[in-house]
Design a protein around this ligand. Sequence first.
Ligand SMILES: [Zn+2]
Ligand SMILES: [Zn+2]
Length: 591
Amino acid sequence: MKRTLLLAFLVALTLGAAGPPQTAAPKNQNIGPPSTGFPRTVRVRLWYLHRPATLKLSAAAGQARFRTCSTCKDIELTSVTLSASGTKLRLNAEKHTIAELRVSGIYQMKTAEGLAVPADFPLDITASEGRLLTTATMPMDEYIAGVLAGEVGNFKSDEALKAIAVAARTYAMHFGSRHAQEGFDFCDTTHCQDLRLSGMTSRMRQIAESTSGEVLWYEGRPAAAYYHANCGGTTEDGRILLTNDDGPAPYLKQHSDAYCVRNGVTQWQSEITKRDLQRALAADGITVPGTLRSVSVVQRTPSGRAETLRVAGASTISVSGVQFRSAVGRHLGWEKLKSNWYDLSVSGDRIVFHGRGSGHGVGLCQIGAEVMGEEGKTYQEILAYYYQGTKLGKSAQGIAWQKLTGENIELLTTRPDSDRMYLPIAARLTRDAQVNTGLTFTDIPQWEIYPNVAIFRDATGEPGWVAAATRGRTIQTQPAEVLKQAGTLESTLRHELLHMLIEAHAKPGTPVWFREGLVLYLSQPNVAAGSKSTFSNVSELEEAIRNPHGEAQLRQAYTDAHARVSRLAQQYGKQTLIDWVQEGLPTGVGH
Ligand SMILES: [Zn+2]
Ligand SMILES: [Zn+2]
C-alpha cells in the first residue's frame, strides 16, 4: 500500500531553545473557535457498537510485530487469537493475562462473525467488560478511503466519490475529535462517519489520495460539511442540525435538487406499532404520559420535512422531528424512518409512514452527486452546488493575506503593520541558513504568519502545540508574537529555513529521522551527542517521527534524531552529512 509521506516538517512550540522545555501555553491564546485541526493521523475505534470478544490476528512471515506493553519487546506476529477476559486480554489459550496489545506492520484481523480485513496501521487493543476495545491509528486519507467504502462503496462516478471524500475530510476536521475523552478521535459508526475497512479498495484509496488535504473552507474554518444519502428532491436547511459551536453556515441552505430525481423520486413506506414507538421514545428520554394514542406532524420546515410532532398519550407532548427520527432510528432501526420527509397516518395500533429520500437532507446529497458526476460535472462543481459559498483548498481560505517583500524572503500576514518588524530577522536567518549549509534556496522562502492559533490549526491541520510547519517553499507559523513570547521565534524560523534548504536538496527516500536530525544538528551543533536512545532501533524512530503519538513522543524522537546525527557529525564531519542528504545515506549508517 502506498503511504504518502506528507512533507510537513513540524517543530514543537516548546522545542527550540536548548535547556528545559518552556511552557508557552498557546492554548490560552486561542481567540478563535475551538480546535478543529487534525494531525496527519486519526485514531479510530473499530467495532464501536459491536465490540468483539475475540479477534484473530495473522501475518505473513516477517510482516508484522506485536508487543504486550509500550516498553515491552517486539515479538513477531504470525497468528494469535486474542480474547477479552474482564478488563484483561488473553493471548491464545495462555494462562496469564495482559493489559494491552500493540500491533504494527502488515497483517490481517478477523472477528468471529466478520470477514478477514487486511490492515497496515498500528493497532492498540485493550479490554473492558469482557469485550475488546480496538483502536486503529490511521493516516487521514486511509480513514477517508474507509469512509467512502462505508458510505458510497458502490458509486460509479469518480468525481462524485472525490466530492464525497472532500466532504468527509471537511466534516472530520470541522467536528474534530468527538471521542477525545474516550482516548480516540472517531468511532466507526454514523455517529461520526460510517467506516468499512472490509470494503476498502485501491480505487477508494486513489480517490482519497487524489484529493489529499483538500477541504472546504468558510471564513477561514473548515465548513460543517454535512452530507446524506438522498434528499428526495429538496435539500434541508442546515439550521435543523447546526449548533452555536458550528458558527454561521449560510452554505447549508435549502434548495431543490433536480439531479437526484432524474430517475424518479425515491419513496419509502414503513409501519411502527404504537407500543414500539413509545418504547423507542422512552429509551431516548422522551416520556409520553400514559399510553401512546396518536402522533401527528404539527409543523414542517420550508422543505416540507417534519419539524415538530405532537405525540398524544394521557396528555400531549411536542417532539422535534430530528429527535423523533433519532429515537426511532437508534432503537428500532434506521430503515424505519429513512428521512424526516414523510406523511403519517394512524391505523389501529400502528403508525404508517409514507416518505421520500433518505437521511437528514442537509448539505451534499450523495445520489444527486452521483448523477452530477455521471452527467460530466467535476467534483469542484458538485461541491460548489451543495456547499455554495465555501472555498475549496488545502489551507484555510478566506484569509486576507498581505505580502511584504524583504531581502530573499516574502512574508504573508494579515497584520502588516505589526509584523513588518520581523522581516529583517527573517532575512538574516535566511542568509545564515545558506552560509551554514553551503546550499542555496532554489525558491524564495515564504513565511505565512497566521493571525491566531485556531486559524493556524485549521489551516495547517497541525495541533496547537506545533509552532510551525513547512510545505514546499512556505513556512506556516503561529502568530509571531506567540513565538516571541515563548522565546522560540528565531529558533523556530531557523529550524524551518534549514528544513526547506535540506528538503530542496535531499535525495528522495532519505529517512526523515536523518533529515530532522540534521536540521536540529545544524541549528544546535553543541547539544550533547551522548544521550541514550529511547528508541530501540532506527525504524522505530522513523515511525515515531512520521506518526507521533502526541507531543511527548515527537519531542523524544527529535531529541533522539538530534543525538544520532550529532554522533555522526563527530565521526564524519558536517560536510559529509550534507553530502549524504543529497546523495543518499551509505549502507549501515544509523543502525
Ligand atoms: Zn462517533
Ligand atoms: Zn438530492
